[in-house]
Design a protein around this ligand. Structure first.
Ligand code: NIG
Ligand code: FE
Length: 432
């Protein structure tokens, strides 16, 4: 590195590095945050050049020939806690419309899948999303992305799945590509054509998978519009065979695999994710002993991505997080942001619920929201911890200790958010 502008953040009460293996952490590893007191980082060219104690980093910046000639900006993080940028590994960011009425229907006794079967639920968002143009979808997604970023998220996974035909699915993916290009948040796109059976294929789920979801997964892979393929594997939606076909089509086109697995009831989803060594098995609110055993048998290859906002909002049982951790399965958490089951684009809320309802401790919850979430996106070597060479994505929090993350709720806790070594300017785009 020679010349250019660099950033030094120094004197942090707690610098939570999460330094360690560049993969998902499991069991006791989830408790090791590798904290540096009076910590500092130096970033240049978007990457972390040095991470350590303030005195050490000052010396490096002054003496290391590799860091000569850089114009350093400084941020004093005294009394504050610094962590890696949060990674939200499961969202449905691009959609039109809203569904506030469905909660009353559920409270009156209608089930989530019953509402879907009657043409509501996901299908009501599909109608609104199909009717919206690309510019409108983009504007709406930006609004929510702003809230995610303001809450400390520097990388977000986001899915299609509200188009359910070629044109509308590709439109969602193009919006994601544009959002990623614009920054400031890194967006990892997933094609989720197997999210629901659209009305034109009613009663013909197999035909929908083979004629729409499979070719779309291939196209999204070959064009680079997606990095992952996902399916909603649930009794009454797509079964294990249909989900497997959609996932394997994506894999054959170079995509990684993730799966909505056993969200509502044991449906063979966790076992399918394990069989295919998917990067992520998501939800798991209804996972059974066989599913847990299957996930445990793949040696950490598949991350269990838990989504506690969804279970809270639906008033459903939470995933058995403690059992998963104790079985040696790496656990991540995400927001699942979407208009039907998680109208809350907030990793801070997910962290709060991870501690209060999933009973993860502060360290486990933060590991789940950073390096393990990154690992579920295949990005553990480049983001998710603060180590030399990795992207300089981090948050300076208005708290002295990570123990207060997932403790205060409904509070804007981020003091500054840094993506690629640059402080984010969190403006507030409006939506008409
Ligand atoms: O992760 N269950 C499937 N997909 C979403 C909900 C989508 C919706 O209801 O619009 C989920 O919960
Ligand atoms: Fe989801």
């Amino acid at each position: 590195v020679t010349g250019g502008v660099g950033l030094v953040i120094h004197s942090a009460a707690e610098l939570v590095t999460l330094a360690g293996p560049q993969r998902a952490r499991r069991g006791e590893e989830m408790r090791d945050l590798a904290i540096v007191h009076d910590g500092a980082v130096a970033a240049a060219d978007g990457r972390l050049a040095a991470v350590g104690r303030t005195a050490e980093i000052r010396e490096r910046v002054a003496d290391d020939p590799a860091l000569a000639g850089i114009d350093w900006r400084e941020i004093d993080a005294s009394g504050r806690c610094v962590t890696p940028g949060l990674v939200d590994p499961h969202t449905h960011l691009v959609f039109a419309g809203s569904r506030p009425d469905e909660q009353r229907l559920r409270q009156a006794g209608r089930g989530y899948l019953e509402i879907l079967a009657a043409g509501g639920g996901i299908l009501s968002t599909v109608r609104a999303t199909r009717a919206a143009g690309e510019a409108e979808l983009h504007r709406r997604a930006r609004r929510w992305l702003h809230h995610m970023a303001a809450g400390g998220v520097t990388t977000v996974e986001a899915k299609s799945g509200y188009g359910l035909d070629r044109e509308a699915e590709l439109r969602q993916l193009r919006v994601l590509e544009r959002l990623d290009g614009e920054g400031p948040v890194r967006v990892v796109p997933t094609v989720l054509a197997a999210h629901a059976v659209p009305p034109e294929y009613a009663g013909r789920a197999d035909a929908y998978v083979d004629e729409v979801a499979v070719p779309l997964a291939r196209e999204a892979g070959h064009t680079g519009l997606a990095r992952f393929v996902d399916a909603f594997c649930e009794r009454g939606v797509f079964d294990v065979h249909q989900s497997r076909r959609a996932l394997l089509a994506g894999r054959s086109a170079g995509l990684g695999l993730r799966l909505h697995a056993d969200e509502l009831a044991a449906s063979g989803g966790a076992a399918l994710a394990a069989e295919l060594q998917a990067a992520s098995a998501d939800h798991l609110g209804g996972v059974d002993d066989d599913g847990i055993e299957a996930l445990a048998s793949v040696g950490g290859a598949t991350v269990a991505t838990l989504l506690p906002i969804t279970t809270l909002y639906l008033d459903h049982p939470d995933a058995p997080a403690r059992r998963l951790v104790e079985a040696g399965i790496p656990v991540a958490i995400g927001s699942d942001f979407n208009p039907g089951t998680s109208p809350a684009p907030s990793m801070l809320l997910a962290l709060w619920l991870a501690r209060s309802r999933l009973r993860l401790d502060a360290a486990e919850a933060l590991t789940a929201a950073t390096i393990n979430a990154a690992a579920s996106l295949g990005l553990a070597a480049s983001i998710g911890s603060l180590e030399p060479g990795k992207h300089a994505d981090l948050v300076i929090w208005d708290i002295a200790s990570h123990a207060e993350l997932g403790y205060w709720a409904g509070v804007e806790l981020a003091h500054a958010i840094v993506r690629g070594g640059r402080v984010m300017n969190i403006d507030r785009p409006s939506v008409d």
